[in-house]
Ligand binder design. Structure first.
Ligand code: GTP
Ligand code: MG
Length: 195
């Protein structure tokens, strides 16, 4: 997909601050440093739309990126960053939960996990949370360029086992460096937007 417009058009912590145009939304989540900002930038061919260099834990709002007036990518604060206070973590948790539970425009969750490692406990909690609310999930395994081809099958299997992956969900290996997986992810998203 050729993206001509990608703009951060809304930021907020509650419904009244979220977009009101009813476009479908795709929420992106993952632990801090997993490559979330790099994923957004590479998907839309922009170097600095989402800040990759920002201090971890800095994002404190839901950020809505309008993609060609077709959908929003909703960037949420990364989890698992130790320096964020417990109170702040609880507040993020509540904000994200409320969004996932109640937002009608939410069509798909993209859960980014580091393809090099076994998913963390937080990754599993996040996946289960989506499943509990019947949100379809696309799991994106980031930084695949760092894993030799011969080990990729094994890693994918281990990630799926650890998550207790449901075969109705999607799984795509991704690299923001080489753009491996980019066309596949767009194709997957298109299918959800058609419905
Ligand atoms: P926070 O916003 O801090 O939670 O992190 P993030 O999830 O947005 O991660 P970010 O995109 O900032 O990437 C973290 C680091 O991983 C950066 O140094 C990126 O260059 C690197 N990185 C991200 N994606 C890839 C990838 O696909 N391949 C490789 N080799 N490095 C990557
Ligand atoms: Mg980021």
């Amino acid at each position: 997909m050729h993206v001509t417009k990608a703009e951060l058009t809304a930021m907020g912590v509650e419904d009244s601050q979220f977009p009101k145009d009813g476009l479908p939304e795709i929420v992106l989540s993952g632990r801090s440093n997993v490559g979330k900002s790099s994923f957004i930038n590479s998907m839309v061919n922009r170097k600095k739309l989402a800040y990759t260099s920002s201090t971890p834990g800095k994002t404190q709002t839901l950020n809505f990126y309008n993609i060609d007036d077709r959908c929003y990518f909703v960037d949420v604060p990364g989890y698992g960053y130790a320096k964020v206070s417990k109170k702040q973590r609880e507040e993020f948790g509540k904000m994200i939960e409320a969004y996932i539970e109640t937002r009608e425009q939410l069509r798909l969750a993209v859960l980014l996990v580091d393809f090099r490692h076994k998913p963390t406990e937080d990754d599993c909690l996040m996946y289960n949370f989506y499943k509990h609310f019947n949100i379809p999930v696309l799991v994106v395994g980031t930084k695949v360029d760092k894993i030799p081809k011969t080990r990729r099958h094994r890693n994918e299997k281990e990630i799926k086992n650890t998550l207790d992956f449901n075969s109705t969900d999607g799984f795509i290996k991704y690299s923001s460096e080489t753009h491996q997986g980019k066309d596949q992810v767009w194709k997957y998203i298109h299918n959800f937007l058609k419905e």
